[in-house]
Structure formats: structure tokens, C-alpha cells
Design a protein around this ligand. Structure first.
Ligand code: ADP
Length: 471
């Protein structure tokens, strides 16, 4: 079985968020169980390829927006593995993305071109992939375009939803750039009946099978928790939809301690962290951390903001590392200037991998108050480093944290409910129960090996379904 995994980012080469972590880790675990898999992504100028083997393979011509565009196909390897990473280079469309690098193009333009280029690449490779594994809206047009180009000969396909709320919505005129005329393709006509083209919807309707990144998020979608049209489409394809919990690649999170010397080691890191952030280290107080995108619609910033003062009042300290929504960045920075909180809270509105690691290994608790969370990696990373996650009982957070054993859960999305969980965390601070929870959290196994077995089985199932449907 030869698989091509397509994504907008692949860590550690291109990392913007959790999707990059998945695209960089799952293929390595799959390769270990004999799945022949390549990864394909745009070659953005901020890609980190230092120290990796890197060479130009071929050049392909991509017909897009009425022009012929040359795309250079570069190849490298996922670090520490034999997995090929195919990077598509085009200085016009892939000059920048996600706030890094300057670009004149919108995300829709960038990924319309990328999807077209992936199809051109598959054709240039004589259609030798058995299955294409697409991820999120950025890759939503690939399977539909493959069907147009190759008909029934196209590879089998899996579409993985990492976040249903980001759908990639464009005006339907964009179709012209793909050379698609309305009236010729039922799935596209159905989509553009409301005037826009929805990339996520295209992925959901054109692919052979769908999945998402945790069983609970899958169930929430089927239960109608997310009242959006694409959720209805998934419900209509329930028999071809499942949830597989993401894992983490522990090799990307080096740790100089284990469950046997955790308490001494973490105490030193905590002191360093407090000093570095200019927080009071004269008394032993429970330190709560937050690391993540400042997305007010998802990450629970509003309910978190409301409890920060209370958290400090109850004797805790708080450190935040996150970037995103500028209004919230300003609001949080303003709060940190409050003299009554000054010694006990630290707001860091930036992207900083080193500080993130320090927070994972120096904080006592890591708050993940997400309103919804398809999977979430933060809580798994925190557990690995021995910081107990305090999470909303939703999606992947529900599937990965055990209340009172590996973390603390609250079950209603409100600042009251979150504050209740924080008070519980403060009440167990320093106790034997907390010590044993830290050890259990550190020993919890979220390695990709387990998920990779499930993905391999799913790939085989999809190939079989496709084979059977031909008769
Ligand atoms: P999402 O994919 O929704 O952003 P996840 O929990 O799945 O959330 O993964 C987020 C990843 O991005 C983690 O690896 C986390 O460490 C990293 N991350 C997010 N924000 C920052 C930041 N400001 N600085 C450093 N790392 C960050």
C-alpha cells in the first residue's frame, strides 16, 4: 500500500499548530508498521530544512488561473525516519502563510493552488499512490480534482477533520481558476447553490471515508452539538465516519527527568521559570499555565480571563503563553499591568517553543479551558512533562484526561465551573494524591504507535470498500 498524506504543514519542518505535529508524527509511526507513506506540503520560505537531506526532484507544470505555473518538487526526509517529505516550491503562491513571510495571496488562493499542484504531482508520478490522506480544509479540493482528472482510476481517499470550524470558504467564482464550469459536477453544484464554495464540504463529500481526531469529538458531531451545515453532511455519511485519537511524538519533547526524580527536577525548573518571568518565588504557590493559540471562539480565553484575578486571590500564580487574536492580546497585557496581580501573573503574547517547554515542565497545572477541542495535544504534552491538565470535559480532552487520576476536569463551559476545577486543583496542591497523579500522568501513553495501528486498519478498510464498490 502506497499512501500520500497531504497537509498544509508538517512539523518540525513547517510548524504552525497541532496539525503540523500530526502530519510530522503519524507517518513516522505508520512507516514503522510497514506502511509506505510520503507526506506532501507547500515549501514555504520559513520551512526548517537545516541539517536534513534536501534535493530537487522534478519540475511540474501546474495549470491554474488561466496560466501555466512551474512548481519545483523538492524532497527531504522527516527527521529520524525514512519517510519522504515532498515540498512543492512556487515562489509566487507559497511566499508566506499564517503570518510568516509576506504574501499577496489569501489562504484560499494559496491552498487552491496547492491542491491543484498536488493533483499535478500525483499525475506526474503516474498515479502510483493507492490512497491519498487529506487533512482539513486546506486539502479539501484534492479528491474532487483527482476525480475530474482521473475518474475511477483516482487513488482511494480519506479526509481527516482536525477542526470542523475552519472550513475555507470562498466565492464560487474561484472555480474558474480550477477550470471547472458549474453544471458539470453534482457535488460542486450542490455546494455552490448558496453562492460560495466550501473547501471542507468538498473534502467531506468527495472522499471515500472521513474521520476526526478523537472518538468523543466524532460523537459530538453526530449528536448535533455543532450546528453547522458541514456537520449535517457528516451525519449523512455516518457509516463512513469514525474518530481516532491523535498521539504525540515523544521524541519531539525531550525531558531530562522521569517519574522517579520528577519532584526535585521540576521544583528547580519552576524556580527558574518564576525568576525568568519576574514572578514572586519567595513562597510555594500553585502555578497554573496556559499555552496555545488565543482563539476566543475555541480556546476558552473568555472564561479563563474571568478567573485570573480569583485564581491569584486564592493563592495561585498564572503564566500565559499565546498569540492570535490582537484584542485579547491587548486585554491580557493590560491585565498583567494591574499592580495587585503583578507578582503573580505573567502574560507572554508570542510564539516561543522554549518558553512553552519551560511552562510544561515548571508549572503545576496546565489549564485547557477549550469550548470545544477536536483532540488537543497540549494536555498530552503537559502530562508527559508532569504538569496536571485542568480541562473542559469535551472532545479529545474528555478522551485523554482521567479526573482525579491524570488531571482535573470541569463539565460546563463557564467561568464558575472552571473556577471550581481550579479550586479543586489548589486544594490538592502538594498532597500525596497530587504526587501520585503526577506520576500517573507522566506514565500515560499517548504515543502514535496505538493510533497508527488504527489508521493502518482504516486505510486497509477503505481500499477494500473501494475494491468492493467496483463490482
Ligand atoms: P491547536 O492545534 O488547536 O492549536 P493543539 O493543542 O492541538 O492546539 O496544539 C498546539 C501546539 O502548538 C502545541 O504543540 C503547542 O505547544 C504549540 N503552541 C501553541 N501556541 C504556542 C505558543 N504561543 N508558543 C509555543 N508553542 C505554541
Amino acid at each position: 500500500m502506497k499512501v500520500l498524506l497531504a497537509a498544509s504543514e508538517v512539523a518540525p519542518i513547517i510548524k504552525l499548530g497541532g496539525l503540523g505535529d500530526v502530519a510530522g508524527s503519524l507517518p513516522k509511526a505508520l512507516a514503522k508498521i510497514d506502511v509506505d507513506i510520503d507526506v506532501i506540503a507547500p515549501y514555504f520560505p520559513f520551512a526548517k530544512t537545516e541539517g536534513l537531506p534536501l534535493f530537487k526532484n522534478i519540475e511540474i507544470n501546474v495549470a491554474y488561473a488561466g496560466d501555466n505555473h512551474v512548481v519545483e518538487v523538492w524532497k527531504t526526509k522527516l527527521p529520524g525516519s525514512d519517510v519522504d517529505v515532498i515540498l512543492l516550491k512556487n515562489d509566487e503562491y507559497f511566499a508566506g502563510y499564517g503570518g510568516r513571510g509576506k504574501t499577496n495571496y489569501t489562504e484560499i488562493d494559496i491552498f487552491s493552488f496547492y491542491d491543484t499542484a498536488v493533483v499535478a504531482y500525483i499525475k506526474a508520478k503516474f498515479n502510483t499512490y493507492d490512497l491519498i490522506h487529506c487533512n482539513d480544509w486546506h486539502t479539501g479540493m484534492i479528491v474532487g480534482l483527482l476525480s475530474i482528472e482521473l475518474g475511477l482510476e483516482r487513488p482511494s481517499s480519506l479526509f481527516t477533520i482536525h477542526n470542523l470550524m475552519y472550513q475555507g470558504i470562498s466565492v464560487s467564482d474561484l472555480l474558474q481558476k480550477f477550470g471547472i464550469v458549474p453544471g458539470a459536477h453534482p457535488l460542486i453544484d450542490y455546494d455552490i447553490a448558496d453562492g460560495d464554495l466550501n473547501f471542507m464540504q468538498q473534502g467531506l463529500t468527495s472522499s471515500d471515508f472521513l474521520n476526526t481526531v478523537s472518538p468523543s469529538y466524532a460523537q459530538e458531531i453526530l449528536d448535533g452539538l455543532y450546528k453547522i451545515e458541514v456537520a449535517e453532511i457528516i451525519k449523512s455519511r455516518e457509516g463512513r465516519f469514525c474518530g481516532i485519537l491523535n498521539g504525540i511524538d515523544y521524541s519531539q519533547f525531550p525531558r531530562e527527568y522521569d517519574e522517579n526524580n520528577v519532584f526535585e527536577y521540576r521544583a528547580t525548573v519552576k524556580k527558574d521559570l518564576l525568576n525568568r518571568l519576574g514572578l514572586d518565588s519567595s513562597k510555594d504557590k500553585p502555578l497554573f499555565g496556559f499555552v496555545g493559540r488565543l482563539d476566543p471562539n475555541q480556546k476558552g480565553i473568555d472564561i479563563l480571563f474571568d478567573v485570573i484575578k480569583d485564581l491569584v486571590k486564592k493563592g495561585g500564580q498564572f503564566v500565559l503563553l499565546g498569540s492570535g487574536d490582537t484584542e485579547w492580546e491587548e486585554k491580557l497585557n493590560k491585565l498583567s499591568q494591574d499592580k495587585t496581580l503583578h507578582d503573580n501573573i505573567s502574560i507572554n503574547t508570542k510564539f516561543d517553543l522554549d518558553l512553552a517547554t519551560l511552562i510544561y515542565s515548571g508549572s503545576d497545572f496546565l489549564v485547557v479551558p477549550s469550548k470545544y477541542e477536536p483532540c488537543g495535544l497540549i494536555q498530552m504534552i503537559a502530562m508527559w512533562y508532569g504538569s496536571l491538565p485542568v480541562v473542559n470535559d469535551t472532545g479529545g480532552l474528555k478522551d485523554s484526561v482521567i479526573h482525579g487520576k491524570t488531571g482535573v476536569k470541569f463539565s460546563e463551559y463557564s467561568s464558575n465551573s472552571l473556577m471550581g476545577a481550579i479550586e479543586y486543583a489548589i486544594s490538592i496542591y502538594g498532597s500525596d494524591q497530587m504526587k501520585s497523579m503526577i506520576k500517573s500522568a507522566m506514565l500515560a501513553d499517548f504515543s502514535w504507535e496505538r493510533s497508527a495501528i488504527e489508521y493502518k486498519k482504516l486505510y486497509e478498510r477503505i481500499l477494500k470498500l473501494r475494491e468492493d464498490s467496483k463490482f
